[in-house]
Write a protein that binds this ligand. Structure first.
Ligand code: ATP
Ligand code: MG
Length: 246
C-alpha cells in the first residue's frame, strides 16, 4: 500500500448524495461512493453514467446537489487547487488535446513546473524518444490515427502525474500491442487508477469493480465477481424477446 492509500490519508475520492442533471436527463440521484482503492474498474451499459461520474470527479459539471471531494479538496473549487491531484483521459482524445503538435501537447502537462516552454518541449521530446516515438514530436495531432492520439493522451497524463488518474475507455482505439502495453503501465503506476471500460478483461483482475446501471451502483466488489454478474445479466437480457433485431 502506498502512503497515499494509507488509512490515515484522506479518502482519495468521495461523492456524497450527488444529484446531477445533464440536459433534461437525471444522470445521478443521491449517489454516494467512496473510492479508496488503488485500482478500480467502472463498467456498465452505454449511458449508465461512467463518463459523467468522471466529469463530476473532475469538477467539469455543476452538481444540482451533493458534494465531491478529491484528496480533501472540493471538486467544484477552483481548478488551480486541484492541479496535481486528479487527471482524466477523455473517452474521445479530441476532447482532451489542445495543441497542434504532439510535443506542445505533452509539454503542457509539465507547465505547472514553471519552467520555460522550450525546456518542457525538450523534456517531451526526450519522453517520446525513450519510447521509440521521437518522430512524433513535430507531428500535427490531426495527422495521427485515433489510437495514436489516445496514446498521446496517456503519455500526457503520465507526464502530469496526478495522484489519481481517471481513464475513460482508454483501450477503445488501441491495437493489441497498445492494449497490452497500457495494461502493464496501469499495473506499474504508483497513482490511484480508475478505468471505465466495456472490455471487461482489462479490469477483471482489479481489487474493485463498480457496475453502474442507470446512474446507480448495481454491484460493487472484486473484479472477477462483478464482471461475472454483469456478463450474466447481459446474457439473460440477450434471451429476452425485446432484444431481437429484425
Ligand atoms: N451533454 C449531455 N446532454 C444531455 N444528456 C447527456 C449529455 N451527456 C450525457 N448525457 C446523458 O447522460 C447519461 C449518462 O451518459 P454517460 O456519457 O455518462 O454514459 P456512459 O456510461 O459513459 O456511456 P458510454 O458507455 O456510451 O460511454 C446518458 O443518458 C446520456 O444520454
Ligand atoms: Mg462514456
Amino acid at each position: 500500500m502506498s502512503d497515499a492509500m494509507s488509512p490515515s490519508a484522506p479518502c482519495p475520492i468521495h461523492l456524497e448524495h450527488v444529484r446531477l442533471l445533464r440536459g433534461t436527463t437525471t444522470v445521478f440521484d443521491d449517489l454516494t461512493l467512496r473510492l479508496n482503492e488503488s485500482r478500480i474498474g467502472l463498467i456498465g451499459d452505454n449511458g449508465a453514467g461512467k463518463s459523467s461520474l468522471f466529469r463530476v470527479i473532475c469538477g467539469l459539471d455543476k452538481l444540482q446537489s451533493g458534494r465531491v471531494s478529491v484528496w480533501g479538496y472540493d471538486a467544484q473549487s477552483r481548478p488551480a487547487e486541484r492541479v496535481g491531484l486528479i487527471g482524466m483521459m477523455f473517452q474521445n482524445p479530441d476532447d482532451q488535446i489542445i495543441f497542434p503538435t504532439v510535443e506542445e501537447e505533452l509539454a503542457l502537462s509539465l507547465s505547472p513546473n514553471g519552467l520555460p516552454r522550450k525546456v518542457n518541449c525538450q523534456q517531451a521530446r526526450a519522453v517520446l524518444t525513450a519510447r521509440g516515438l521521437g518522430d512524433w514530436a513535430e507531428r500535427a495531432i490531426g495527422s495521427l490515427s485515433q489510437g495514436q492520439r489516445q496514446h498521446v493522451c496517456w503519455l500526457a497524463l503520465m507526464m502530469a502525474s496526478p495522484k489519481s488518474v481517471l481513464l475513460d475507455e482508454p483501450f477503445s482505439s488501441l491495437d493489441l500491442p497498445g492494449r497490452v502495453m497500457l495494461d502493464l503501465e496501469i499495473s506499474k503506476a504508483s497513482q490511484q487508477v480508475i478505468v471505465s471500460t466495456h472490455l471487461l478483461d482489462h479490469v477483471r483482475g482489479f481489487e474493485r469493480v463498480i457496475w453502474l446501471d442507470k446512474g446507480q451502483v448495481r454491484a460493487d466488489g472484486d473484479g472477477a465477481s462483478v464482471c461475472a454478474a454483469y456478463e450474466a445479466d447481459v446474457a439473460a437480457r440477450c434471451l429476452s424477446p425485446h432484444f431481437k433485431i429484425d
